[in-house]
Design a protein around this ligand. Structure first.
Ligand SMILES: [Zn+2]
Length: 318
């Protein structure tokens, strides 16, 4: 009897250890530890030009450019948003190639780099910028001694492709809801957590374009990572919907297939919100064990943890 009790206790301890460490176990399983092989170059349509053998540039309007990495396995898109006094580069890809050259070919104005969140495939890593602006959340600012922010392993995840976590030299802090002034153009910072607790989107009040990072894009949305949270995802969707009269088009940070930049509309965020509410109510069907796959609509799938591990209490990091 004694051994049965010890065995049960041991099994419970192992199970608990596995649950507590599940995110690092998942990352290990998803990791190759090195940059993935490049995709073949694709036909990107008439709107897009190849900058070199790796990057593409697509003008969304005269002063807004989608810079694509369609040959990178995760097919990242970053956005250069140019005002009259300065430009913003929203995301910088994984840094395997130098996106700064592309951005500087498109404007002579000073460029401020803004990561949508701190995952390695957005932070540029070895690519550095003279001006860096990041989300202003108390737990992040508290870590940034002299405005130097060294990213942690769980928030950066660079181990997946052998990328060391960088230290960002921050010049500007972006409070949720604040405006970024680019001269004659203003971007509103929307706090859109869920995928991670440090995710922001930028809303261009001139064009109505919403640049959404990994919060939404056409494809599988990752809501099961180390700092993902389902309650946050719902709160982020509600924040975007609260501004929906201002949003014309949504541009995300990844796509699944060509051609061109990944584009969605506000109805996709409304569908995401409905899906999240259904999941929370226990009324959504899903496939798979880990992650669970919830179909949002014909453009998006939400990948989440099994129901008993889903966190619906918003982390409320603001
Ligand atoms: Zn991400």
């Amino acid at each position: 009897m004694k051994y049965i009790i010890i065995g049960v206790v041991l099994l419970c301890a192992l199970a608990w250890g596995g649950i507590a460490n599940r995110h690092s176990i998942v990352i290990q399983l998803m990791s190759s530890g090195q940059p993935p092989p490049l995709n073949a170059a694709t036909d990107e349509g008439a709107d897009t030009v190849w900058f070199n053998d790796y990057f593409t540039v697509q003008a969304l309007d005269e002063r807004t450019f989608a810079i694509g990495e369609p040959r990178y396995a995760q097919q990242n898109y970053s956005y250069l948003i140019v005002g009259s006094e300065r430009a913003v580069l929203f995301d910088a890809g994984p840094g395997f190639r130098n996106i700064r050259e592309v951005a500087e070919s498109l404007t002579d104005l000073p460029i401020t780099f803004v990561p949508s969140h701190f995952h390695y495939d957005h932070t540029g890593n070895e690519i550095t910028f003279d001006q860096v602006a990041v989300v202003d959340l108390p737990y992040i600012r508290a870590r940034a001694v002299d405005n130097q922010l060294t990213l942690s392993g769980p928030e950066h995840l660079g181990v997946a492709e052998g990328v060391a976590a960088p230290t960002l030299s921050i010049n500007e802090w972006l409070a949720p809801g604040a405006m970024m002034f680019l001269g004659d153009r203003q971007l509103q910072v929307l706090y859109t957590p869920g995928h991670t607790d440090d995710s922001i989107s930028l809303l261009d009040l001139t064009s109505g374009f919403l640049f959404s990072g990994d919060f939404v894009y056409p494809g599988p949305l990752y809501a099961f990572l180390s700092n993902s949270n389902m309650g946050d995802y719902l709160a982020g969707a509600e924040t975007v919907i609260s501004q929906q009269s201002l949003v014309t088009e949504i541009y995300g940070a990844h796509r699944v297939r060509p051609p061109g930049a990944p584009k969605l509309g506000i109805e996709d965020v409304q569908d995401l919100r409905k899906t999240l509410l259904n999941i929370r109510a226990g009324a959504a069907s899903a496939k798979g064990v880990y992650p669970r796959q919830y179909i949002v609509n014909e453009r998006m799938i939400l990948l989440a943890e099994p129901e008993f591990l889903q966190a619906w209490q918003s982390t409320n990091r603001e």
